[in-house]
Design a protein around this ligand. Structure first.
Ligand SMILES: [Fe+2]
Length: 171
Protein backbone atom coordinates (compact mmCIF):
# COMPACT_ATOMS: atom_id res chain seq x y z
CA UNK A 1 0.00 0.00 0.00
CA UNK A 2 1.26 3.49 -0.80
CA UNK A 3 2.58 5.75 1.91
CA UNK A 4 -0.41 8.09 1.97
CA UNK A 5 -3.28 5.88 0.98
CA UNK A 6 -5.40 3.52 2.96
CA UNK A 7 -7.23 2.22 -0.11
CA UNK A 8 -5.68 1.34 -3.41
CA UNK A 9 -6.03 3.43 -6.51
CA UNK A 10 -6.43 1.36 -9.65
CA UNK A 11 -6.52 4.00 -12.33
CA UNK A 12 -4.60 2.10 -14.94
CA UNK A 13 -3.51 -1.39 -15.90
CA UNK A 14 0.02 -0.27 -14.96
CA UNK A 15 -1.23 0.53 -11.44
CA UNK A 16 -2.80 -2.91 -11.20
CA UNK A 17 0.37 -4.63 -12.43
CA UNK A 18 2.41 -2.74 -9.82
CA UNK A 19 -0.09 -3.60 -7.08
CA UNK A 20 0.17 -7.30 -8.01
CA UNK A 21 3.98 -7.13 -7.84
CA UNK A 22 3.87 -5.43 -4.43
CA UNK A 23 1.58 -8.15 -3.13
CA UNK A 24 3.93 -10.87 -4.44
CA UNK A 25 6.94 -9.05 -2.98
CA UNK A 26 5.35 -9.11 0.46
CA UNK A 27 4.27 -12.76 0.03
CA UNK A 28 7.79 -13.89 -0.91
CA UNK A 29 9.35 -12.05 2.01
CA UNK A 30 6.93 -13.68 4.43
CA UNK A 31 7.79 -17.04 2.92
CA UNK A 32 11.54 -16.58 3.42
CA UNK A 33 10.77 -16.29 7.14
CA UNK A 34 8.33 -19.21 7.22
CA UNK A 35 10.30 -21.82 5.24
CA UNK A 36 13.17 -22.26 7.74
CA UNK A 37 10.55 -23.04 10.39
CA UNK A 38 8.81 -25.50 8.06
CA UNK A 39 12.16 -27.19 7.35
CA UNK A 40 12.99 -27.43 11.05
CA UNK A 41 9.57 -28.94 11.76
CA UNK A 42 9.81 -31.59 9.03
CA UNK A 43 10.52 -35.11 10.22
CA UNK A 44 11.39 -36.57 6.79
CA UNK A 45 14.89 -35.58 5.66
CA UNK A 46 13.68 -35.44 2.05
CA UNK A 47 10.97 -32.99 3.06
CA UNK A 48 13.47 -30.93 5.06
CA UNK A 49 15.70 -30.77 1.98
CA UNK A 50 12.77 -29.78 -0.23
CA UNK A 51 11.88 -26.87 2.08
CA UNK A 52 15.52 -25.79 2.27
CA UNK A 53 15.86 -25.89 -1.50
CA UNK A 54 12.69 -23.87 -1.88
CA UNK A 55 14.00 -21.35 0.65
CA UNK A 56 16.99 -20.73 -1.62
CA UNK A 57 14.67 -20.38 -4.62
CA UNK A 58 12.40 -18.05 -2.66
CA UNK A 59 15.31 -15.75 -1.80
CA UNK A 60 15.95 -15.58 -5.53
CA UNK A 61 12.25 -14.85 -6.17
CA UNK A 62 12.60 -11.80 -3.92
CA UNK A 63 15.61 -10.63 -5.97
CA UNK A 64 13.80 -11.27 -9.26
CA UNK A 65 10.89 -9.11 -8.12
CA UNK A 66 13.40 -6.39 -7.21
CA UNK A 67 14.78 -6.66 -10.76
CA UNK A 68 11.25 -6.32 -12.15
CA UNK A 69 10.62 -3.17 -10.06
CA UNK A 70 13.91 -1.83 -11.41
CA UNK A 71 12.96 -2.63 -15.01
CA UNK A 72 9.77 -0.64 -14.46
CA UNK A 73 11.69 2.26 -12.89
CA UNK A 74 9.86 1.77 -9.59
CA UNK A 75 11.15 1.32 -6.08
CA UNK A 76 10.62 -2.12 -4.58
CA UNK A 77 7.69 -1.74 -2.22
CA UNK A 78 5.51 -4.31 -0.59
CA UNK A 79 1.84 -4.26 0.17
CA UNK A 80 0.64 -6.55 2.94
CA UNK A 81 -0.41 -9.86 1.43
CA UNK A 82 -3.26 -10.89 3.71
CA UNK A 83 -3.58 -14.23 1.95
CA UNK A 84 0.04 -15.23 2.56
CA UNK A 85 -0.26 -14.02 6.14
CA UNK A 86 -3.15 -16.45 6.57
CA UNK A 87 -1.38 -19.31 4.82
CA UNK A 88 1.70 -18.82 7.01
CA UNK A 89 -0.53 -18.79 10.11
CA UNK A 90 -1.96 -22.13 9.03
CA UNK A 91 1.59 -23.44 8.55
CA UNK A 92 2.45 -22.24 12.06
CA UNK A 93 -0.51 -24.20 13.42
CA UNK A 94 0.95 -27.37 11.89
CA UNK A 95 4.45 -26.57 13.16
CA UNK A 96 3.23 -26.22 16.72
CA UNK A 97 0.82 -29.17 16.53
CA UNK A 98 1.41 -32.19 18.72
CA UNK A 99 1.01 -35.72 17.39
CA UNK A 100 2.59 -38.17 15.02
CA UNK A 101 5.64 -36.88 13.07
CA UNK A 102 4.64 -38.61 9.81
CA UNK A 103 1.13 -37.20 9.98
CA UNK A 104 2.61 -33.79 10.73
CA UNK A 105 4.80 -34.10 7.62
CA UNK A 106 1.69 -34.76 5.53
CA UNK A 107 0.11 -31.68 7.11
CA UNK A 108 3.22 -29.57 6.36
CA UNK A 109 2.99 -30.58 2.69
CA UNK A 110 -0.71 -29.75 2.65
CA UNK A 111 0.08 -26.27 3.98
CA UNK A 112 3.04 -25.77 1.64
CA UNK A 113 1.08 -26.75 -1.46
CA UNK A 114 -1.59 -24.18 -0.62
CA UNK A 115 1.22 -21.61 -0.62
CA UNK A 116 2.57 -22.83 -3.97
CA UNK A 117 -0.85 -22.71 -5.61
CA UNK A 118 -1.39 -19.19 -4.34
CA UNK A 119 1.94 -18.13 -5.79
CA UNK A 120 1.29 -19.93 -9.08
CA UNK A 121 -1.94 -17.92 -9.42
CA UNK A 122 -0.16 -14.68 -8.55
CA UNK A 123 2.79 -15.16 -10.89
CA UNK A 124 0.59 -16.42 -13.73
CA UNK A 125 -1.47 -13.26 -13.49
CA UNK A 126 1.55 -10.95 -13.16
CA UNK A 127 3.32 -12.63 -16.11
CA UNK A 128 0.21 -12.25 -18.28
CA UNK A 129 -0.19 -8.59 -17.25
CA UNK A 130 3.49 -7.96 -18.11
CA UNK A 131 2.97 -9.46 -21.57
CA UNK A 132 -0.14 -7.33 -22.18
CA UNK A 133 1.81 -4.23 -21.14
CA UNK A 134 4.60 -5.09 -23.57
CA UNK A 135 7.09 -5.72 -20.74
CA UNK A 136 8.70 -8.86 -22.12
CA UNK A 137 11.71 -8.35 -19.82
CA UNK A 138 9.49 -8.51 -16.74
CA UNK A 139 7.37 -11.32 -18.21
CA UNK A 140 10.47 -13.48 -18.65
CA UNK A 141 11.58 -13.07 -15.02
CA UNK A 142 8.06 -13.71 -13.72
CA UNK A 143 7.83 -16.83 -15.89
CA UNK A 144 11.10 -18.16 -14.45
CA UNK A 145 9.71 -17.87 -10.93
CA UNK A 146 6.37 -19.31 -12.01
CA UNK A 147 8.17 -22.37 -13.41
CA UNK A 148 10.04 -22.87 -10.13
CA UNK A 149 6.83 -22.61 -8.09
CA UNK A 150 5.19 -25.19 -10.35
CA UNK A 151 8.22 -27.50 -10.09
CA UNK A 152 8.14 -27.20 -6.29
CA UNK A 153 4.45 -28.06 -6.24
CA UNK A 154 5.11 -31.17 -8.37
CA UNK A 155 7.99 -32.18 -6.14
CA UNK A 156 5.82 -31.89 -3.04
CA UNK A 157 3.13 -34.00 -4.70
CA UNK A 158 5.69 -36.70 -5.49
CA UNK A 159 7.06 -36.63 -1.94
CA UNK A 160 3.56 -36.88 -0.49
CA UNK A 161 2.44 -39.70 -2.77
CA UNK A 162 5.63 -41.75 -2.70
CA UNK A 163 6.74 -41.51 0.90
CA UNK A 164 5.04 -39.12 3.30
CA UNK A 165 1.38 -40.11 2.87
CA UNK A 166 2.05 -43.88 2.93
CA UNK A 167 3.89 -43.46 6.25
CA UNK A 168 1.22 -41.16 7.64
CA UNK A 169 -1.49 -43.63 6.66
CA UNK A 170 0.10 -46.43 8.67
CA UNK A 171 0.56 -44.24 11.75
FE1 LIG B 1 8.36 -17.90 -4.75
Amino acid sequence: MGLFSSSMALNSFDDLFLEQLQDLYDAEQRLTKALPKMAAAAHSSALQAAFQEHLRQTENHVSRLEQVFKQLGKSAQSKTCEAMKGLVTEGDEVISASGNPDVKDAALIAAAQRVEHYEIAGYGTARTFAQRLGRQDAARLLQETLDEEAATDKKLTALAEQSVNPKAATS
